[in-house]
Each structure stands twice: as structure tokens, then as C-alpha cells.
Design a protein around this ligand. Sequence first.
Ligand SMILES: *Cc1c(COP(=O)(O)O)cnc(C)c1O
Length: 406
Amino acid sequence: MNSQATDSWRQSADRDLILNAGPRFELLVRGEGSHLWDGEGRRYLDFLAGIAVTALGHSHPVFVEAVSRQAGTLAHVSNYFATPPQLELAARLKRLAGAGEDGRVFFGNSGTEANEAAFKLARLHGGAERPRILSLENAFHGRTIGALALTAKASMREPFEPMPGGVEHIPATIEALEAAMDDRVAALFVEPIQGEAGVLELPEGYLKVARELTTKHGALLIVDEIQTGAGRTGDWFGYQHEGILPDAITLAKGIGGGFPIGALVAFGPAAALLQPGSHGSTFGGNPLATAVSNAVLEEIEQAGLVRNARERGVQVREAIEGIGSPLVTGVRGRGLLIGVALAAPVASLVVSAAQRLGLIVNAANASSVRIAPALTIGDAEIAEFTDLFAAALAEVAATALTETNA
Ligand SMILES: *Cc1c(COP(=O)(O)O)cnc(C)c1O
């Protein structure tokens, strides 16, 4: 595209889009594996994967084949009918999550919808006796009103108040949980790693204590695996690192590999709370979305990508530490969900420097860069990443650290 065309896409974006995340950075037109191309033919290494979504990378043959095959077979019916891909995906998610015979799955189309379903599950469990719902400080659970009530950031919630009642945000410490838990709590919502907050891990042993305390007080433990699930952290789901079983998990992002889908998997007695008439979604669980999710999860399993996430995660982390940038004060996260802590609030400068150099990463907050590449990455992608990220850090360090010291 010439510069006139470039101007015109920006003008269209400003004129026609509700810019939910601010001005669009680039116009992207094509993707293959871990690379993306913009409208002017520039190539980018994608170490964000649409925010932990394109687990197989872009245009993976398995994804393309599944979309095409199912679109040409049966794309949509309604919740009055079952379809083979839907039944297969429900059984697969139960198996991968360890939800057991009693487990049940509800399908929606996004993460926030999965959390809305979980919120309703919590209300049905709580009734009038248990009005309290606990969520954590820095939590992100989505943007629709129920999920937004669970989300911690006040600036996201306040313009839309009043929120549904009963939600309390407590610090993400074992002590705060012990102090907050009682028999009036319907549910505790947690992310195994808080991705949107900058890839913050829970304290060691938190989920074990959360399981004990919720069981003791008869509350549900609901784990939001929307960002951490589908193998990203080096296990299928984040709670599996702590060897516990929750009462429900919510899924989206990576399970569709780029096709919109969300799911609530309920375990044990919690699986019987939502009954016919309690909840629904016209698109939820349609054969197209569930067939693609089956193919994506099957490929993650067959190609050993959960293990790859674990091993490549260690390699990426070592590569970042090896850069030795004075801007980097720590590397957080697990598997291929990585947060780079910076010495100054310059994450957006690092992200734009990286983008100019041809690398896509994201500023999860002012002083953290989030890295979440496809689970398929290997040595070549990591080497390319290391060079580009080192150059971006060097560019920003040259100005940021002198300014900070001045
Ligand atoms: C992305 C995300 C959501 C919201 O998912 P959407 O598909 O954007 O609605 C909820 N919880 C977590 C932990 C997420 O990362």
C-alpha cells in the first residue's frame, strides 16, 4: 500500500470503529505461523498471538482444514439439537480438565460469556444465604456487566455502575483469603496467573489453600483459565500445577485458536446447578466453533504442544534474562505466558520500538511487557525474538534510564 492508502485506513478506523483499545497500531492483512504482514508488506514476528489466542499460530493447516470442512458440512443449528462436534468437544474438555463423569459443559462465544455463566452458577449456588462473591485485586474477568463486576480495576467499572451486588475484591494473599472466607461466600473467582494485570502469579500454594477453605465453607472455587488454559502455561490448565480440582473453570482464547468460542466446565455437584431454562446462547456450541476447537485441541495434544510451551517458556525466559538489559528487573509467569517487569513505566515505548523493528508484544500495564507467542514456536522464532526484543530494549533504555536518573 502507498502512504495515501495508509492514511485512509487510519481515517477509516478513526471514523468507523469504536476504538476499544485506542488507535489501531497497524493494518494487518495476513498471517502464517508466527509471522504477520501489514498492508505495506512489512513482516512482524508475533509474540502476542492475538493475546494468547492463536495457539497454533496463524493459518495453521489443521485450523484451515477444520474451518473449511465444517463450514461445508454444518455450521449452525440451535440449542434444540445436538451435533457430533459439540458432543466431542464437551467430552474432550471434561477429560482434559479432569472433570470426571459428573462434569458438564456450557458453551458460549467468548471469555466474558463464560464468566457470565460462572457468575450465574455462583448465584444459583449461593441463593439468599450466601450473597458474597470473592474476586481478587488486579483480577480481570471480562467486560460485560457480570464479568465486569468481578474485574478489579475501578476505572473499568465506575462508568457503568451500579454493578451487580455482592462482589468483593480481596488482596491476592493467603492471609486475606483466610480473613475473608466465611459461610456467606457463594464463590471465589481466581486466575491462576493474572495475565491482564501484567502476568502476576498467585502466591505459592494459594490454590491449595483456596480449595481447602472453599470446601470447608461450602463455597465454589471457580478458576478463570481463559488466558492460562489450553496448554499455555505448560500444563493443560493452570490449576493442574497445584494438583487441585476446582468446582468450575472458564475457558476461551486459546481453545479456539482464533475462532470465537468460550466454555464453562462445571465439576461435581456444581455441574447440576444450571438446569434447562437457566442460561443459553444462540451461537454457543455451534458445530463450526466446536469442530474448530476440537481440531485445535487435538493438534495441541498430538504435536506435544503443552510440553513445548513448558520447555520453550524456559528458553524464552532465559533468552530475556540473557539480554542483560538494565531496563529488565524480572521475568514472571509460566510456560508461554510471560511478563517482563521493567525498571520504569515505559512498557508502551518498548512495545512501539519493538513494532518498528518488526516484533509484536504487548504492554499489559505501564511497566510490564506481556509475551504470549503461539505454542508452536521453536529455536528459529526464539532467536529472532531475542534479537528484536534486545534491540527494542536497548533503544528505550538509552532514553528512559537517562531520563529517570536525571
Ligand atoms: C481475556 C480474558 C477474559 C475475557 O475474555 P473475552 O473473550 O475478551 O471476553 C476473561 N478473563 C481472563 C483471565 C482473560 O484473560
